[in-house]
Design a protein around this ligand. Structure first.
Ligand SMILES: NC(=O)C1=CN([C@@H]2O[C@H](COP(=O)(O)OP(=O)(O)OC[C@H]3O[C@@H](n4cnc5c(N)ncnc54)[C@H](OP(=O)(O)O)[C@@H]3O)[C@@H](O)[C@H]2O)C=CC1
Ligand SMILES: CC(=O)C(=O)O
Ligand SMILES: [Mg+2]
Length: 549
């Protein structure tokens, strides 16, 4: 009998402590095997009536048997990721106070101010923690301020680190900062699990964040912090404040920027191959100018820089739109993060309707990061199709209920010519007898590799060029068959292979900039480095094989 089997038997003393007079043996049936049990799990999962029930089932499975959970996830990524991550994780967050069952991560609250170190020290894995996804719940996906309900986004992202890049589960630390919420319905909800107060002012939040970041590095000396779903002002603010002091990056700004750059490089090639337009002449219209929109716009400048253009020329190919219309420099009270791309070459009356803006800009690509469901209406998509043989249309808002356009509509309104990637997944569809596969332009393709590369290289900081190199590695990862069928992102089943390549690119860039601390990796040739990276990836042990009697 193995140790693992022993732990499945209720000890006598426990049974006595539970007040039971007979001992109930908890030995797995002798004919249980892993393959059948995974199938059993799949049947149980599929029997659930709603996606949220599936989420709850999976979360229970992880609690009962983490190895089995990750084995199951790796074998069924296509089916499970949309539950553990977008879109269903959005429902899980919205309803978290009501579906909460047991602690699954760490809450650090405003009330812990002055003793945040002590709270962090309660985390069981201690210094073995390498990667933490930290949200303050203030902008979960496109769902707004969900307060302390935001924890599942940190958990979901870390599951992707484990599945997608082989981070060891015990090295992951999901954190939700409970800083109150400005969402009235949560403050009135008797089951709400967070602080019942509105969010703090900037000075109070800065003081809290300073203590938090310092404590994180003290308690977990090797930790890489991924900021997730902070509202736009704070997302930029804390990235600027901490990026040169601590090992950290912002997923919504940098991760999204990198993933979209990567998909855009492949999309622009397809579009230019159809139209003959030089790559340098693409024009990109961003619908949405928050942390994600501006983060992606800045990263996409590298696309034009790669064509040999200057920074000014690259900026000139990019237009941004917010809720007030085309962003121009003469607008009163323009927020700081919108100034960089504000147009100085337009002086007519404000352009507020998307169709008018498209007619003025004549973009080759329309990217949505607005949280506005169906903003890319039929007239918008048809106009893009009239202007371009193969228009690039990326509705990137999450979850799927906030997507700017559905895949089916985009295909039908462009007669199958659209080059499409969305933030949340859509199924493939048949159009005129041809199977069309949508891309998923989601930072989940990139952050696992950025994290793994940063951790393995021991990089002191995540530099802009490390992020750019991650994007280049992802865009180059398409296989011939994927190129042939017109994909702009590789298939998800190859995520570990892709994460390894991204991690290598990140490590090499860290070395080039001299921010790496694991200098032993410098002497490894590329083929050895990639094997090294793969060897560091955790995989769930064949658990049921080991526990058979
Ligand atoms: N695919 C991916 O990997 C990722 C997707 N996202 C998604 O991007 C979306 C945006 O995130 P984030 O930037 O942080 O959010 P923000 O709320 O900061 O930004 C939303 C932007 O959309 C603009 N907007 C809202 N309504 C309209 C409208 N009617 N017309 C035009 N513009 C409008 C807002 O304008 P204003 O500034 O005037 O308010 C703002 O600029 C979310 O849905 C998020 O899930 C985010 C990260 C990664
Ligand atoms: C994908 C992601 O990070 C977001 O929608 O916020
Ligand atoms: Mg996010």
């Amino acid at each position: 009998m193995t140790l693992a089997t022993l732990s499945l038997i209720t000890p006598k003393s426990n049974a006595a402590a539970m007040g039971t007079s007979t001992i109930v043996p908890k030995i797995p049936p002798p004919h249980l095997n892993g393959t059948d049990h995974r199938q059993r799990c799949l049947t149980q999962l599929r029997s659930k009536a709603t996606s949220l029930e599936k989420y709850i089932f999976l979360s229970g499975l992880k609690e009962r048997d983490a190895n089995l959970f990750y084995e199951f996830l790796l074998a069924n990524m296509f089916e499970l990721i949309p539950i553990l991550y977008t879109p269903t994780v959005g429902d899980a967050c919205s309803n978290y106070s009501h579906i909460w069952r047991r602690p699954e991560g760490l809450y650090v609250s405003l009330e812990h101010k002055g003793r945040i170190r002590d709270v962090l020290r309660t985390w069981p894995a201690g210094i073995a923690s390498h990667i933490s996804v930290v949200t303050d719940g203030s902008r979960i996906l496109g769902l707004g301020d969900l307060g302390a309900n935001g924890l599942p986004i940190s958990i979901g992202k870390l599951d992707l680190y484990i599945a997608g890049a082989g981070l060891r589960p015990t090295s992951t630390l999901p954190i939700c900062l409970d800083l109150g919420t400005n969402t009235e319905r949560f403050l009135k909800d008797p089951l709400y699990i967070g602080l019942r107060r509105s969010r703090p002012n900037i000075a109070e939040m800065d003081a809290f964040m300073d203590e938090f970041m310092e404590a994180m590095t003290d308690v977990f000396p090797k930790i890489l912090v991924q900021f997730e779903d902070f509202s736009t002002d704070n997302a930029f603010r804390y990235l600027d404040r901490y990026r040169h002091r601590y090992q950290c990056f912002n997923d919504d700004i940098q991760g999204t920027g990198a993933v979209v750059l990567s998909g855009f490089i492949n999309a622009a090639r397809l579009s230019s191959a159809a139209s003959g337009l030089p790559l340098s002449e693409h024009k990109i219209l961003f619908f949405g100018a928050g942390s994600a929109g501006i983060g992606v716009a800045k990263q996409l400048m590298s696309f034009f820089r790669l064509q040999g253009m200057s920074e000014e020329e690259a900026k000139d190919r990019i237009y941004t739109v917010d809720s007030k219309g085309l962003i121009t420099a003469d607008r009163d009270g323009l927020q700081e993060h919108k100034k960089f791309f504000a147009r100085t070459d337009y002086s007519g009356p404000s352009l507020t309707k998307l169709v008018d803006i498209i007619n003025y800009v004549q973009p080759t690509a329309l990217l949505g990061l607005s949280t506005l469901r169906n903003a890319f209406s039929e007239d918008v998509v048809r106009l893009m199709s009239n202007l371009n043989k193969r228009p690039i249309i990326f509705p990137l808002s999450n979850p799927v209920s906030l997507s700017e356009v559905d895949f089916l509509d985009a295909v039908n309104w462009t007669n199958g010519q659209v080059i499409f990637a969305s933030g949340s997944p859509y199924p493939p569809m048949l159009h005129n007898g041809v199977n069309l596969e949508p891309g998923q332009g989601n930072n989940m393709y990139i952050f696992p590799g950025i994290g793994l590369g940063t951790i393995l290289s021991g990089a002191k900081h995540v530099t802009d060029d490390m992020v750019t190199q991650a994007a280049m590695a992802l865009s180059a990862a398409l296989e011939d068959e994927e190129v042939r069928v017109g994909l702009v992102y590789p298939r998800l089943v190859r995520i570990r292979e892709i994460s390894a390549r991204i991690a290598c690119a990140v490590i090499r860039q860290a070395q080039d900039e001299g921010v790496d601390r694991n200098i032993l990796l410098r002497s490894l040739k590329d083929d050895v480095l990639i094997e090294y990276v793969k060897s560091k990836m955790w995989s769930p042990p064949a658990y049921y094989a080991a526990t058979r009697m």
